[in-house]
Ligand binder design. Structure first.
Ligand code: URA
Length: 427
């Protein structure tokens, strides 16, 4: 590989030039090996944030990050594979019912998930509230669970896109997370290296999401769909609302409880709607568009797949879930229609109660979180319970309450217009 100089690459992007394939290959490889220093990579990341990258550069950047580690291959499995990635939201527990549901429809789901950082929850944190369940699996275990059960949700091993692991941690502390080329290449390098045949992206839009408006969310979705398609992965994206949190819970164990309700045929309507919409896309992408996921939810086969998936990873699907030691109820201050419930306010409250972490190495509380007892459009009566805050540490209540202030409106039902959950589709 030709050698470059880190300063030369930084200056090129600072001065708005297109980076060559060889510059990109070198800088990613040299950064992974520790030859390019963190301060040099952070200058380059900032230059990319400010000046962007074109499609050719983004594709090469993604390929270089994939090449920094191993590539998994599920092509010898007896069924096709499909995966889903969400850009992250509040109350977003969809992976939990979705993976076993799609498995019950005959498509294998190799879900490599992450832990939460900031106000959005992490799928692994939620599942770890199930007694005995473990996130770390070897590639062989993952393969055999996929063959036997059809769905696995586990932590990505250190061998997958190591360049991204290092770069994502650096972006987190240098104000360079929000660059579309860097987000798209970060997500897609992991998903392409994971070896799924089909991929559905759930790109969240609104206050509780990375992307606050539809235009930037669409740009991110289009960039990721193009990267996946060029890499031979059948990729589509749904743009979905994250101005309002999903379901009625944000936390860890409480979100597992809500997911189990969905698998049992109940659960909040929006969680069911999004689970079925994403399942339909995953099945179509994997060539099984003829199967109706709603039937598999109704006939109990998705629940059977859930229990098998949890058991295969050491968990007890019938065990009691952890419950927070303390609770605090917020009552509705007026009678009327709940016209707005802000995802960011709820996410921040759950985080402050201990459901999320401030630093990667912090522990999370399994029982902490927020339950809301009404959704936008619902009628509420003054004095009724509107939120229940849950934590093991009551000193957390004040800051959580502060984040809910101004986070909801109760008004006249006539002024309320419901928003669609699915705002667009790309692919
Ligand atoms: N999720 C990722 O994996 N990477 C990003 O850059 C942003 C969200």
């Amino acid at each position: 590989m030709p050698t470059h100089d880190a300063v030369e690459v930084i200056l090129a992007k600072r001065d708005k030039h297109e980076l060559s394939d060889s510059q990109i290959d070198w800088v990613i490889d040299a950064y992974t090996r520790g030859e390019v220093a963190d301060e040099q990579m952070s200058a380059l990341a900032m230059a990319i944030l400010l000046n962007g990258m074109n499609r050719t550069e983004i594709a090469r950047w993604t390929a270089a990050m994939i090449a920094s580690g191993e590539r998994m291959d599920f092509s010898t499995l007896s069924r096709p594979t499909a995966d889903k990635h969400s850009t992250g939201g509040v109350g977003d527990k969809i992976t939990l019912p979705l993976a076993p549901l799609v498995a019950a429809c005959g498509v294998a789901v190799p879900q490599l998930s992450g832990r939460g950082l900031g106000h959005t929850g992490g799928t692994l944190d939620k599942l770890e509230s199930i007694p005995g369940w473990r996130a770390a699996l070897s590639n062989e275990e993952m393969f055999s669970i996929l063959e036997d059960v059809g769905a696995v949700i586990c932590a990505a091993g250190d061998g997958l896109a190591p360049a991204d692991k290092k770069l994502y941690a650096l972006r987190d502390v240098t104000g360079t997370v929000e660059a579309i080329p860097l987000i798209a290449s970060s997500i897609m390098s992991k998903k392409i290296a994971e070896g799924t045949g089909a991929l559905v992206l759930d790109v969240k839009v609104g206050s509780g999401a990375f992307m606050k408006d539809l235009t930037t969310a669409r740009e991110l979705a289009e960039t990721m769909v193009a990267l996946g398609t060029d890499a031979g992965v059948h990729t589509v994206a749904l743009l979905t609302d994250m101005a309002t949190p999903l379901g009625l819970t944000a936390g860890n164990a409480i979100e597992v409880g809500e997911s189990v309700e969905v698998l049992a045929g109940g659960g909040p309507a929006d969680v069911v709607e999004l689970t079925l919409a994403l399942a339909g896309e995953m099945l179509a992408g994997a060539g099984r568009g003829d199967v109706d996921p709603a039937e598999k939810l109704a006939d109990g086969s998705a629940m059977d797949a859930w229990k098998a998936m949890i058991r295969a990873q050491g968990g007890d699907p019938d065990a009691e879930l952890p419950v927070a030691r303390e609770s605090h109820v917020v009552n509705a201050p007026a009678t009327g229609t709940l016209t707005r419930l802000d995802a960011m306010a709820v996410g921040l409250a759950a985080w402050r109660l201990g459901a999320g972490r401030a630093r990667k190495e912090d522990p999370v509380q399994a029982g902490a979180g927020v339950v809301w007892h009404a959704r936008p459009g619902d009628e509420v009566t003054e004095g009724q319970a509107l939120f229940t805050l849950l934590t093991d540490e009551p000193e957390r209540f004040d800051r959580a309450l502060a984040s809910l202030e101004g986070g909801y409106d109760i008004g006249d039902g006539a002024s309320f217009t419901p928003t669609d959950l699915v705002l667009g589709r790309i692919g």
